[in-house]
Design a protein around this ligand. Structure first.
Ligand code: ATP
Length: 233
């Protein structure tokens, strides 16, 4: 049984349909990358899984359970944690305090302060620095670390590389295998195809709210993904 299963999910903002009958599976322990151009529906997909938005049709099942009636804050308790686009950390709290906030609704599991500092060595040196004084990459790492402190079974990452310098993006992505090695399942939304292919076990490409490509990452070339991304095939 997949950890996460979407069947025929439609989602809309008023009259504007953003997802059209979307099917998606994530197996326990795997890393799925969802790629697509601006407006393809990637953030809408994550909001629908996290319960911030509710589908107008279709089913979302987590660990075999239909979560339609489970509110977003209850989904964290089930083990679904979303790191939204824009790395919203507490600017007046230190790195360590931000991480401790994430432990507030903590499930049992492998993640604690030491494990987060191990996955993101750049944070260990900054643990007493306040959020406002962190670089973009340090803020992003703090946001991901805070989500991990809840010990999610499924970590949802929305465009972690957005607006970051390439070298910093490398620091963030280097943590993903460590996260996966602890058994945390990851669904990462990414616009950078190279990054997506390098970290994912499987890749799903969306175009205008529909899946246009879905395959194990090792079976895909960058050219194939780019063609699907731009709707060229
Ligand atoms: P981006 O990379 O720009 O975030 P995305 O793939 O995440 O793109 P979504 O943000 O899910 O795409 O957007 C899907 C569609 O829904 C787009 O047509 C977008 O304009 C629309 N949309 C997204 N958010 C809203 C909103 N709050 N209100 C109305 N329409 C929205």
């Amino acid at each position: 049984m997949p950890l996460l299963e979407l069947d025929g999910v439609d989602a809309a903002y008023g009259e504007l349909r953003a997802l059209w009958g979307l099917d998606l599976r994530v197996e326990e322990g795997e890393t799925l990358a969802v790629v697509g151009a601006n407006g393809a529906g990637k953030s809408t997909l994550l909001k629908t899984i996290a319960g911030v938005m509710h589908p107008t049709a279709g089913r979302v099942r987590f660990d075999g359970r239909d979560v339609a009636d489970v509110a977003d804050h209850r989904r964290v308790a089930l083990g679904i944690s979303l790191v939204p686009e824009g790395r919203r950390i507490f600017r007046s709290l230190t790195v360590q305090e931000n991480l401790q906030v994430g432990a507030y609704s903590r499930r049992p599991g492998p993640w604690d302060l030491a494990a987060v500092f191990d996955a993101f060595p750049l944070l260990a040196d900054r643990r007493n620095r306040i959020g406002a004084h962190l670089s973009g990459g340090e803020q992003q790492a703090t946001a991901i670390g805070r989500a991990l402190m809840a010990n999610p079974r499924l970590l949802l990452l929305d465009e972690v590389s957005l607006g970051l310098a390439p070298v910093v993006v490398g620091d963030i992505y280097r943590a993903l295998p460590t996260i996966a090695a602890k058994g945390t399942t990851v669904l990462v939304v990414e616009q950078d195809l190279g990054q997506a292919l390098s970290v994912a076990d499987r890749l799903q490409c969306l175009l205008e709210g529909r899946t246009v490509l879905e395959a194990p990452a090792v079976e895909l070339t960058r050219e194939q993904v780019a063609a699907a991304y731009f709707g060229l095939e």
